[in-house]
Design a binder for this molecule. Structure first.
Ligand code: PA5
Length: 436
């Protein structure tokens, strides 16, 4: 059990064997966390994200806000082009925090996404949606050469230039990429686009709190300073200087490794709020790309409850016992909706009349956790007080830290992704790219 101003963490259910192993593994988790801190002081390759929330400077934040403001004044829609770590964190935060997901806000542009697939149908639908609107683009690619976003950018750039002319289009495109190399860097220089750098020592899946996420998140109207404040607090709360009884990242990593060593090969991240669905997508990438290598690693997947209680809920309750579950719960919803009294009561719901729907949601969460525990599913539990930028920033950072600790405990490099290259090579070969 650990607690700070943003997150409460506990193990809701674990077997005696898991608990014994967890206690033994805490020392290894502490050592891994210390290693991360020590290496972050000297390593120029992978650990830039460790101190990023503290390092990002005021000048950069101001610049991001100036560009975000310009896009807010001129665009009804912003297309964020990117894939993997260059898109999932942005979508995770915006989906979680945007106040008007079902409609366009009059103050802020609607954020849509491209470059994360190669579907002609998807892109065609997107083009139909944006072509008559005032739209701009944020193009995010660390390497600057990833095929999916590069193709989308080429197509959408031509659409924008044909619509409003090259000069006007130039003001409606901002890039986030390596500051010294890559095709996107070269295009940026040639065309004179506004641009933000991706630090060389921050990998895609650890980059949401860098300009990769902050630029489009700021455009959506979300307060990036609050997001960063939460992350800064989490950086302090998860450092080796925070005692282990309060260090959620250390505890979470130790529990994961205890379950894994005891045969639990699958981790399900469950939520009870659709606004968190892309937090799960981002989390899946973070853990899968960091740990899934050398024929090892916990398989990270997710459950969207209540929806999935009526599908994979059956498997969780009674299927093969090789999983554990990590639940994210929001204590206090931002809205309240009361279930009304109905004179006829044909649906039999009057026993819930005048109750808030979130009371029912909380009961569903508690009831499900108890049911899964009785089905022998080990269970971890994260609780945020509310869904706010502050708390979300803390959660994202805490997951990054726990992931790095967990990867080090497993003895893999949590910062590379050699397996992702295999499909790319085949794709290039099949398409006849020169040199493949
Ligand atoms: O985490 C990672 O490094 C990857 O998921 C990348 O973010 C993804 O492959 C996109 O790469 P790039 O930003 O170079 O286009």
């Amino acid at each position: 059990m650990g607690k700070n101003q943003h997150i409460e963490f506990s193990n809701f259910y674990a077997s005696d064997a898991d608990t014994t192993l967890y206690k033994q593994l805490l020392t290894a988790a502490e050592q891994a966390n210390k290693k991360i801190e020590d290496e972050a002081k000297t390593d120029n390759k992978h650990l830039g994200w460790v101190t990023l929330p503290h390092d990002i400077d005021e000048a950069m934040l101001n610049q991001i806000e100036v560009i975000a403001n310009r896009f807010q004044q001129t665009c009804d829609v912003v297309v964020v082009i990117g894939i993997g770590g260059s898109y999932l964190g942005t979508k995770a935060v915006i989906d979680a925090l945007q106040p008007t997901p079902f409609q366009c806000s009059s103050n802020f542009p609607k954020i849509v996404y491209a470059g994360n697939n190669l579907s002609a149908d998807y892109l065609s639908d997107l083009i139909d949606y944006i072509k008559e609107k005032q739209f701009g683009m944020v193009v995010v690619s660390k390497s600057g050469t990833t095929t999916e976003p590069a193709i989308s950018f080429r197509i959408l750039r031509q659409l924008l230039e044909n619509k409003c002319g090259k000069e006007q289009a130039q003001k409606l495109i901002v890039t986030v990429t390596d500051s010294t190399q890559g095709a996107l860097h070269t295009i940026t220089n040639n065309e004179g686009y506004d641009t933000f750098p991706i630090a060389k020592n921050i990998g895609g899946r650890y980059s949401v709190l860098s300009p990769v996420g902050l630029v489009p998140i700021a455009m959506s109207g979300i307060n990036i300073r609050e997001l960063l404040q939460g992350a800064r607090d989490a950086a302090n709360n998860t450092s080796p200087q925070t005692e282990t009884c309060n260090n959620i990242a250390v505890q979470y990593a130790a529990w994961r490794q205890a379950f894994y060593a005891n045969g639990k090969k699958i981790e399900i991240l469950a939520n009870y709020n659709p606004k968190l669905n892309y937090i799960s997508e981002w989390w899946k990438q973070l853990f899968a790309e960091s740990e899934g290598k050398e024929h090892r690693g916990i398989f990270p997947t997710d459950a969207k409850f209540s929806t999935d209680l009526h599908s994979i809920g059956q498997w969780i309750q009674e299927g093969e016992r090789t999983l554990f579950e990590t639940v994210i719960q929001i204590k206090q919803a931002n809205h309240s909706i009361t279930i009304p009294f109905d004179e006829n009561n044909i649906d039999g719901l009057n026993y819930l009349a005048n109750k808030d729907i979130e009371t029912v949601n909380t009961a569903a969460c508690e009831g499900t956790m108890r049911a899964h525990a009785s089905g022998d599913v080990p269970m971890l539990h994260f609780t945020l007080p509310t869904l706010s930028a502050n708390h979300l920033g803390a959660l994202l950072y805490t997951f990054e830290r726990a992931c790095a600790i967990s990867g080090y405990m497993m003895g893999v490099n949590p910062f590379d992704q050699p397996g992702v290259e295999a499909y790319k090579k085949n794709l290039f070969h099949l398409l006849g790219k020169p040199g493949y």
